[in-house]
Design a protein around this ligand. Sequence first.
Ligand code: HEC
Ligand code: HEC
Ligand code: HEC
Ligand code: HEC
Ligand code: HEC
Length: 273
Amino acid sequence: MQCTWTEKVAHRSRGPVLLGIPLALTLLLFAEAFAGGEESAAEATNSCVECHGNPDFLVTAKKLYDYYQEWDLSVHRQEDVSCEDCHGGNSDARDKKAAHGTEVSGGLTAGSAVSFENIPSTCGGCHDDIYQGFRKSNHSAHLVKQKQEKQGPNCVTCHGSMNTVVLNVNTVKATCQRCHNEETGNHPEIPDTASDILNRFLSIQRYYRYIGIRGEPTETQAFFAVMDERVRDLSVLWHTFDLPKIDKETRFVLDLLKTKRAEVRNLKHTESP
Ligand code: HEC
Ligand code: HEC
Ligand code: HEC
Ligand code: HEC
Ligand code: HEC
């Protein structure tokens, strides 16, 4: 698959990642408010979206329409990542057969871009750093030729069919528990550990934001230059599912942030009586 998005993802991740999310959302809301007309004009030329978004399907093919609707609400749609970016096919052809061609097929077809074992590499077309991390994981090694309960999760298991979900400290436990529990005997301690780690991710975001907002830009610039990359690498590390290593690294990053926050706080106190 030809991917023109790698640069976009790489570019976005290079910025202050965690700080960038609310900012990006704000910009998006603005863009949405002012460029609504333009955007729908551009989309009207995409035959996949036009046909699959036909509300008649809501009645005649509800399941099919659900996929469209999920995509419609996703970050991917907001980022102009469309059907053909993941499924292949020709989004200029109006006719179904011509649009689907030989590339577009369902997840049960061997060799499909969205079959269970091919999903990670399809996503990796754009999320290359995360894919490289995932490939190192025990999960990746267990993707194929296993009974269901012995199978490793792929990207969709955790991110939902249309990848609208990013697990957080509240939702991660239930997902891991589907396979890691007393009954399967497959490392039942993992869900709790994962929850602790994601809790630390959350703290990292909070401290990061605090320093970004309260810190003196001239004073924090060098700090963020180093931290941005470290924080971004946490996501890649997470996808290796090497929990002891992630545990250590998240503690380390959090300690750095705590120290910096204390500095920023003290500076504020001495400056403003
Ligand atoms: C003119 C209407 C039309 C167009 C254009 C169209 N599709 Fe479909 N698509 C359908 C219908 C209807 C189905 C339900 C299954 C079937 O009838 O083949 C479907 C099924 C699918 C499936 C499930 C396939 C399976 O075997 O389960 C995928 C994935 C899909 N389309 C993606 C796309 C993509 C990507 C594009 C653009 C490149 C596209 N479609 C263009 C009408 C369309
Ligand atoms: C970011 C990648 C991505 C985008 C963008 C995307 N899809 Fe999908 N789609 C997937 C994946 C992965 C699956 C398999 C989900 C699963 O196994 O649960 C899937 C499954 C489907 C299915 C069901 C196939 C089956 O096996 O029955 C349909 C239909 C479908 N997508 C249509 C679309 C349409 C239409 C669009 C655009 C409006 C779209 N998708 C956009 C990744 C994507
Ligand atoms: C054509 C490029 C492309 C493909 C293919 C793609 N993505 Fe994305 N994805 C993006 C872009 C661009 C963003 C938004 C920028 C970012 O967060 O990196 C994004 C964001 C995400 C997010 C973050 C969502 C959020 O709420 O913050 C997740 C999770 C995700 N993608 C998962 C997937 C999965 C799983 C697949 C494969 C089924 C996939 N992506 C395929 C381009 C792509
Ligand atoms: C679809 C099932 C499934 C889900 C869901 C799942 N895992 Fe796994 N996981 C596996 C399988 C299978 C293995 C391989 C176990 C083995 O080596 O026997 C594994 C192994 C692991 C290992 C390596 C254990 C070791 O010491 O070798 C870690 C860590 C892990 N998973 C973490 C997680 C986390 C965290 C989650 C939730 C975010 C999760 N898993 C969700 C199936 C799953
Ligand atoms: C076992 C569950 C699990 C699997 C499998 C998984 N992820 Fe994730 N993913 C998560 C969790 C939890 C987070 C939130 C923590 C983080 O930001 O790293 C996340 C975060 C992300 C993000 C957002 C990172 C950011 O910068 O906010 C993207 C993009 C992503 N995953 C893509 C993928 C792709 C692509 C795959 C498959 C190659 C994949 N994930 C496989 C659980 C999973």
